[in-house]
Design a protein around this ligand. Structure first.
Ligand code: COI
Length: 353
């Protein structure tokens, strides 16, 4: 399908690359496409970034039938533009769509929309260390109707945001609160889908933790509050002795692209990586025995984020003296090196657009 184009004659000024923060600035263009009942996905268009207008009864406002994705574009030293494993995000978008009863979107069309949009906004891709262009595709229900059912009409939008580090700490180790009162997801629920409600449900715990000085919460499983699952905006890895553990995907954990890439990078470097259920008790015991070596989070937004402290039942679990560990540092350098084209991409993960 051809993508329409409406030129923006009113370009914005670009933010200072040293003060980007995360998700605060948006580019000149966006992509928009509609799903119309009986017709399917129609009118894919790249157009000037602008507010959209919806009737107050639009179903997304009431029942949250929506999904989103997050991936990044990077500008190389020789001015090429790279996307990192976009097919994985596209696959996951359609998996989330299926779980939320949203019609599937053609994979090639999504990739074409992302690539063409990034290309028209190429000048917005920052190139300083630790920066990138965050790509946010999202889909939501647009039927004008009050009553719970699957919508018959949807919108698919893609917006772009030049970003720096997700956490104000940058690459410095973050402090994490292990959440015991609230849960994020339950077996049979929507934890695995990248749907807005999962993030809405996390905000109360997240803001209470923030008030206590933590960056994020680590969620425990919804049934027994015994197994670690994921952190608000990232998956989690724990190094105990020489083994690196990460929670297995049980349906309530997000199948992170950076998580998958981290497992593959670590294994290629000879580390033993195990995906399995991990109890909070074994982490505490490992710390007690001096075997807890490193903890780090992985995510598109967060990249690799070392964890310096985790707090459980009022007790501090100090990790690697609160310093960035060797494995986290090496992973960060390797991953961002591949993403920005500075390190050879022997995995074939990046695509040149
Ligand atoms: C991402 O890492 O891309 C995410 O979607 C996490 C989000 C909370 C920023």
């Amino acid at each position: 399908m051809e993508i329409g184009f409406i030129e923006n004659i009113d370009k914005k000024s670009k933010p200072n690359q040293n003060q980007l923060g995360f998700g605060q600035h948006f580019t000149d263009y966006m992509f928009e496409m509609d799903y119309i009942d009986g017709e399917g996905w129609v009118n894919p268009t790249i157009k000037p970034y602008a507010p959209i207008s919806l009737d107050p009864s639009a179903m997304v406002f009431h029942y949250g039938q929506s999904v989103f994705e997050g991936l990044k574009a990077y500008r190389t030293k020789d001015d090429r533009v790279l996307l990192f494993r976009p097919e994985k995000n596209i696959e996951r978008l359609n998996k989330s769509n299926a779980r939320m009863c949203i019609p599937e979107i053609d994979k090639e069309l999504i990739l074409k929309a992302i690539s063409e949009l990034v290309k028209v906004d190429k000048d917005w891709i920052p190139n300083q260390k630790g920066t990138s262009l965050y790509i946010r595709p999202f889909v939501f229900a647009t039927d004008y109707y009050v009553g719970v059912r699957q919508s018959h009409n949807y919108k698919f939008l893609i917006i772009l945001s030049p970003v720096g580090a997700y956490y104000s700490e940058g690459f410095n180790p973050v402090k994490i609160f292990i959440e015991q009162q609230y849960v994020r997801a339950v077996k049979g629920g929507v934890g695995e889908a990248k749907t807005a409600g999962n993030y809405a449900a996390s905000i109360k715990a997240q803001s209470e933790a923030k008030e206590k000085g933590f960056s994020q919460v680590l969620w425990l499983d919804g049934a027994e509050h015994k197994y670690i699952e994921e952190v608000g905006a990232m998956n989690i890895f724990i190094m105990i002795g020489e083994e690196i553990l990460t929670p297995e995907l049980t349906g309530s954990i997000l199948d992170g692209v950076t998580r998958r890439s981290t497992i593959e990078l670590l294994r290629a470097s000879g580390y033993q990586v195990t995906e399995r259920k991990i109890t909070i008790d074994e982490i505490i015991e490992a710390q007690f025995n001096g075997r807890l070596k490193e903890v780090f989070g992985t995510g598109t937004a967060a990249v690799i984020s070392p964890v310096g402290e985790m707090w459980f039942e009022g007790q501090k679990i100090l990790i690697n003296g609160g310093e960035v560990g060797n494995v986290s540092q090496k992973l960060y350098d390797q991953l961002t090196g591949i993403q920005t084209g500075d390190v050879e991409d022997e995995f074939g993960w990046t695509i040149d657009i």
